[in-house]
Design a protein around this ligand. Structure first.
Ligand SMILES: [Zn+2]
Length: 77
């Protein structure tokens, strides 16, 4: 269990983000290559985490998932 590689964790919920690139794979192997990312979810990523960690599939898909408490408060205005 490698906890030093924070790039493999979702910045919103802390779950495994299943990012292929963070694991040394190719972008074409990543789920994000075939799944549209919800803009609201992207906007909720803390600036410090942008460009360093990918969202997990559940967060990336956005409001389709059951409830929005998965990733805490959403400050959309
Ligand atoms: Zn997540």
């Amino acid at each position: 269990m490698d906890t030093s590689n924070t790039a493999i964790y979702c910045p919103l919920c802390g779950a495994d983000n299943h990012c292929a690139v963070a694991r040394g794979g190719d972008i074409g192997d990543c789920w994000c290559a075939s799944t549209p990312i919800d803009r609201a979810a992207l906007a909720a990523v803390p600036p410090a985490a942008r460009g360093t960690s990918c969202l997990c599939p559940a967060c990336g898909r956005g409001s389709e998932t059951a409830g929005n408490q998965h990733c805490g408060d959403r400050n959309e205005g």
